[in-house]
Design a protein around this ligand. Sequence first.
Ligand code: PHE
Length: 474
Amino acid sequence: MTALREKFSSRLGFVLATAGSAVGIGNLVGFPVNAAKNGGGAFLLIYLVFVFFICLPVLMAELAMGRHTRSNPVGAYSQISQHQQFWRLTGMLKIITPFMIAVFYMVITVWLFGYLVMSASGQLDYLAKPDSFNNTINSLHIFFAMLLVGAMVFFILRSGVQRGIERAAKVLMPSLFIMLLVLVVFVLSLDNALAGARFFIVPDITKLNAGVINNALSQAFFSLSLGMGILITYGSYLDKKDNIIKAGSMVAVADTSVAFIAGLLILPAIFSFNPQINTAELSDSSVSLIFVLLPNIFLTLQDTIGFFGAHTIATVFFLLVFFAAITSLVSIIEVPVAYLIDEKNITRRRALMLLAVIGGALVIMSALSFGALTVFTEFTTYAGQSKSVFDVIIDIFYDTILPLNGLMVCLFASFRWRHHQLTHELALGNNTYAGSWLDKYIRFSLSSFIPAILLLIFCNTVAQKFFAYSLLGF
Ligand code: PHE
């Protein structure tokens, strides 16, 4: 199996494919919504600290584990730990997490596709009405969209790593970046947009609280595709000559830049189109904010640039976000696919069929949990709140398990795999790495304050999410 494992054809191919995985709904929807909800600049600041001081070492460790073992996450944990059951189970968690994340990700991707089709067919005025989001996501059409998007993802994955993911990412990622920049320049020229930019960039430290910290951490992990075995899997396709430090840093910088630019697009737009918006309204922001706000923005644009101009901009925007979502979705599902192929010895096609059946059922349950069916909408209750199937998946896998998976990577790389092996792997393809300050920082942080912080945030998230109690006391 090892000898036959496909490889990326170039470092650029790797960076683009990995950035294609990293850049997605998390950056373009999740990040701006979280920034709006959590006080703007304060969120941005803590997010940046998390990305560069906490997530980056974890990202390097995941890539190194993947390339060292040339394996999927379960194979990687079990090979390095010499098949210890505990670590094998840890690896299993990294197969289940991306699978469950793919479920809610698919639901949002399908909505995006619906919005794309509706803006392309000139229906912005419908989308801009207050009830349209609910009506659209609960309409029968959304099921056709689901089938179509499912089929697209299936065919991209059928064509394998190199041809499918890499080729798609090479075209999609740079065009996405350029499209975003053009939109930002446009939005920043609007009235009152600078108030939004200020809210987003200038931190107001009084806005920091435990919830902001939890959110920033989950968002950073999710956005960089950490703790989900993605980077272990992608690392396994890297060549020993490749420089992991350089490629990994490029991915983190690209991902963070896209999130930042998306923030610079959405927050000024919110302020420009709702000049009297206040903090209380902002702190209520959720994913629906983007879906309700954007059509209104594009529709207002119609006054200046006309029906055709506004619909073109809206279509380009939704197309761009949809592209980004598809590359991410493909990479999330590649993790369980690679696992089934390597460990269970089944063909790619069969693995995909199996996942499509189980995943499809879960996607339908989640898609119906926005009011369409009460059993799924009011699925359960905890911490005094009624939760839908969709909420439960987000609370468990996005908010809770991601930091836990990150914690396990730190513990595993530091205490089971051992530092010198990690250094050795990271030094392949980078002859100045061993003994450098970066090497020292990565070794030290992974075995000390990073796991400590991740453990604290994990415990606090469990307490807050499921028992309505903040351990951090603020
Ligand atoms: N990082 C992607 C995003 O921000 C989502 C993702 C999560 C992709 C996990 C792969 C794995 O949208």
